[in-house]
Design a protein around this ligand. Structure first.
Ligand code: NOJ
Length: 846
């Protein structure tokens, strides 16, 4: 490829210049197409006839690896059929440091291991369908306020300030597993880390991502997250998106012609440009996309939908002055058919991602005739069910606000680029109407948070059972609605939802009725205003269920499937309980707002455990309709424990080498009679005289060779980190009266008193950290053996001094590592510990 052809591959054509949210330039001479990059993590944004899957947070709540994979795969298949090369998901950052964070719902939960497993399964699923996955947002992109320059009235984005150990043990962890899964692309985030923009941060891109984690794919910028030209290229950015530079749609890229110039004048070595292009093209080959049909005029490949119009015919370069029209929406139905209809999968995920947290007097499951076990006092009278709350119904339709940016109707998705157009949305009310047997049940509904109780007290007084729907939304920071700018302002139910629950719970059946509360939310909600009210018998945290919302809810409410969702975050009793680190910075504290992660490792349950704060419902918690016993824990050490892994292996392959000669600037000029479109980004330069070769003022230290990370050497890091060091086995038995699913959760407890050998610094550890889990289905009385593997990394901490993962036992026999297994982070049933000298097992209650 020529220089300009190479640059074309690295640079987007500009926002809305082609049909996808991101489009690279093609290289026609070698048949390399323009790549279509499209959001997002739960379906295909701006597309028709495609599935609105449950959100990441709901998927995390399933704790079901198989469903995580299948969701990714279905998503990938849909992308493939729409002509998408690169899907902009999964999202694994934000991790959920702040429970009010606007985008936590796009990811899978506030624990690095849960997040990592779900991300890796999703990536395998997407990429097995031939579409490149994007792990985003690299990194510590934890809040929406001040995430982006100018968006918040400040010239700069905020800085997330984080220490090396926290970075590794929490925030990088899911990305490491994603790289290990064969990930094609990483998106660097908007904000700064330690006061340097992530997309221009060489330590983070060249250092941790590419050297230490061995990432072989390409780094793309979030949309306008690139803040420098030469700097970001040297720091390790490989693709700029959407191609625009510091501002949207002004035609001024930081790369494009400037990257061409930088290569010509020698400020960016040709090797670096060749590396960028190799990473992108290799990913395309790796995913088999060279077998896809070419786009028109050669073939009928390429995107068959437009992000910028819903009409069949529309502009092919919507953001430019070009008026050429074509068929841009072919309305290809990608939702699958028959038994492969993706809606069935969406329903299954939403049902398993529904968390039952309270079920007094076994109110649930319901029966189509009403509540089981209740004799009708007055024979012949129907069982009366009242449904309350706007969240039960359709509102003005699921797609009424752009990018789902408002709270109306039933909540099934957060808002922003991670949202999609619903092809349909089954509301809870619709599904309840279809499920109840109206020969026995009389159901009334009030789809408002303000039912006319004063004027018609009977609407509550007459009910046997009340089902109240409330919610809490937020999303990406470019949308503001009802005073919420991305991040939520608090953790309470919105639109007077708490008041609605209180009113209904007190008044239902004159106080003798039973109330079920269903909550749809983008994250944890404080339930304290009503959770203990005597009328509130059942609470269902349904997360964000996607298009099959009502059907999935009814599956759980009526027990057609067991309640098997488990919380992917802690439900605290107040926002303050999450600690200072759990608070969004809502007001800028400087020209570059500073958010310092002083809490270190102690987020979510790690914080609650450390400070002994009782949560309302702990991380990992959820009820089933049956019960389970855990027994027979045993742990086998499969290798002798040494503190350090074996050394980084030698390189087994070399990157391809290319001719590094800088071409003649004349080769980079606009071709004669070239018709330029307004604001479209091209790789060409206008005049060769602008190119001046000479010494470029690289930053101090630029030529100092950096040592390679001892923790690197393979995909995700040194392969020795992923060797299994211990295998835990246990028996799980269904002791209840129906088939059900349970998640065996394994938490590691590191020893106290660990010190960094060279310096004597104390190494503090969380009380316990999730390291492995498995979800199993068991029939009545059935027992199964659960096998949970622990890798060297699972048993290590990140030593800042050694820049490596260290198992804090071994030499000198320091301490033992505890292993707890149970049904949640606080419902631990089995416990034991291991040291260099073997394994000691005892039951917790012994
Ligand atoms: C900005 C968002 O942060 C990112 O997640 C998304 O993929 C891009 N916009 C493209 O829409």
């Amino acid at each position: 490829m020529s220089l300009v052809e190479k640059v074309n591959i690295t640079t987007g054509t500009g926002w809305s210049q082609n049909l996808c949210v991101g489009n690279t330039g093609p290289v026609n001479s070698v048949g390399f197409p323009s790549l279509c990059l499209q959001d997002g993590p739960l379906g295909i944004r701006f597309a028709d006839h495609s599935t609105a899957f449950p959100a990441g947070i709901t998927t995390g709540a399933t704790w079901n690896r198989d469903l995580m994979y299948r969701r990714g795969h279905a998503h990938g298949l849909e992308g493939r059929l729409k002509g998408i090369n690169v899907l902009l998901g999964p999202c694994m950052g934000p991790l959920g440091r702040m429970p009010a964070g606007g985008r936590n719902w796009e990811g899978f939960g506030s624990d690095p291991v849960l997040q990592a497993v779900a991300a890796a399964e999703t990536i395998k699923g997407i990429q097995d369908a031939g579409v490149m996955a994007t792990a985003k947002h690299w990194i510590v992109n934890e809040q929406e306020h001040f995430r982006q320059s100018f968006e918040w009235g400040l010239p700069n984005a905020m800085s997330s300030n984080v220490d090396d150990r926290t970075l590794h043990e929490l925030y990088v962890w899911p990305f490491a597993e994603s790289v290990r899964a064969g990930l094609a692309s990483v998106m660097c985030s908007y904000q700064m880390v330690n006061n340097s923009y992530t997309c221009g941060n060489s330590k983070l891109l060249n250092g941790i991502l590419k050297d230490e984690l061995g990432f072989q794919g390409f780094v793309q910028s979030d949309w306008l997250a690139q803040r420098s030209g030469v700097g970001s290229a040297l720091a390790g950015l490989d693709m700029t998106m959407p191609g625009d530079g510091l501002r949207w749609m002004d035609g001024k890229s930081l790369w494009g012609p400037h990257l061409t110039e930088a290569a010509l004048n020698g400020s960016i070595p040709m090797e670096r440009l060749n590396d960028m292009v190799t990473r992108i093209v290799a990913a395309w080959y790796q995913l088999g996309q060279d077998t896809w049909a070419a786009p028109p005029p050669e073939g009928d490949g390429g995107p068959n939908f437009s992000s910028f119009t819903n009409d069949e015919t529309g502009p092919i370069h919507p953001g430019s002055d070009d008026k050429t029209m074509a068929v841009v929406n072919k309305f290809v139905d990608v939702q699958g058919q028959g038994k492969d209809f993706h809606g069935r999968l969406a329903q299954q995920i939403a049902a398993e991602g529904t968390v039952l947290v309270k079920n007094e007097d076994d109110l649930l499951p319901l029966t189509p005739q009403g509540r089981s076990g209740v004799a009708r006092s007055d024979k012949g009278k129907k069982f009366r069910v009242g449904v309350f709350g706007e969240d039960a119904g359709p509102g003005r339709g699921p797609n009424v606000c752009p990018d789902r940016g408002c709270n109306q109707g039933t909540l099934a998705s957060g808002w922003g680029s991670g949202a999609v157009d619903f092809p349909y949305l089954v509301t809870p009310l619709q599904a309840l109407e279809a499920k109840f047997d109206f020969n026995s049940v009389y159901m009334t509904h009030f789809l408002t948070n303000n039912p006319p109780i004063e004027t018609s007290p009977s609407i509550l007084a007459d009910q046997d059972l009340c089902i109240v729907f409330i919610n809490s939304i937020g999303g990406e920071g470019f949308i503001a609605s009802d005073g919420i700018r991305g991040d939520r302002n608090d953790l309470y139910a919105q639109n007077d939802g708490d008041k609605l629950v209180q009113t209904v719970a007190k008044g239902c059946g004159r106080g003798s009725g039973e109330t079920i509360v269903v909550l749809h939310a983008i994250g944890p909600v404080v339930l304290e205003r009503w959770a203990d009210l005597p009328g509130v018998k059942a609470i269902i945290l349904a997360n964000l269920p996607g298009e099959e919302s009502g059907n999935a809810l009814v599956d759980v409410l009526f027990g057609d499937v067991d309640a098997s969702g488990r919380l992917p975050y802690t439900v605290g009793k107040s926002l303050a309980d999450y600690g200072p680190g759990g608070q969004i910075l809502y007001y800028p504290n400087g020209v570059v707002p500073q958010q310092t992660f002083s809490e270190g490792l102690y987020i979510d349950y790690r914080h609650f455990d450390k400070h002994n704060i009782p949560p309302r419902y702990e991380f990992g918690f959820g009820l089933s309709y049956t019960s389970f016993a855990f027994s027979n824990l045993s742990v086998t050490l499969t290798k002798p424990i040494t503190p350090l892994p074996s050394p980084r292996p030698a390189d087994t392959s070399q990157p391809p080498s290319y001719d590094p000669t800088v071409p003649d600037p004349a080769s980079a000029l606009f071709p004669p009679h070239f018709r330029k479109l307004k604001n479209y980004i091209y790789p060409y330069i206008a005049s060769p005289t602008a190119i001046k070769r000479g010494p470029y003022r690289y930053p101090a230290g630029y030529t100092v060779p950096q040592p390679r990370s001892p923790a690197g050497g393979g995909l995700g890091g040194n392969p020795a980190l992923y060797e299994t060091l211990a295998v835990a086995t246990l028996t799980l038995t269904n002791t209840g009266a129906r088939t059900g699913k349970q998640v065996a959760q394994l938490y590691v407890e590191f020893p106290a008193g660990v010190k960094e050998p060279e310096t004597g610094e104390a190494i503090d550890f969380p009380v316990r950290v999730l390291r492995a889990f498995e979800k199993l289905e068991l029939g009545v009385g059935e027992s199964k053996e659960v096998r949970l593997e622990l890798s060297r990394k699972d048993l290590s901490y990140w030593s800042v001094r050694k820049q490596n993962w260290v198992v804090p036992v071994g030499e000198g026999g320091r301490g033992r590592i505890g292993v707890s297994v149970g049904a949640s982070s606080r419902d631990l049933r089995l416990w034991g510990e291991m040291g260099v000298d073997g394994w000691i097992h005892r039951l917790l209650d012994e």
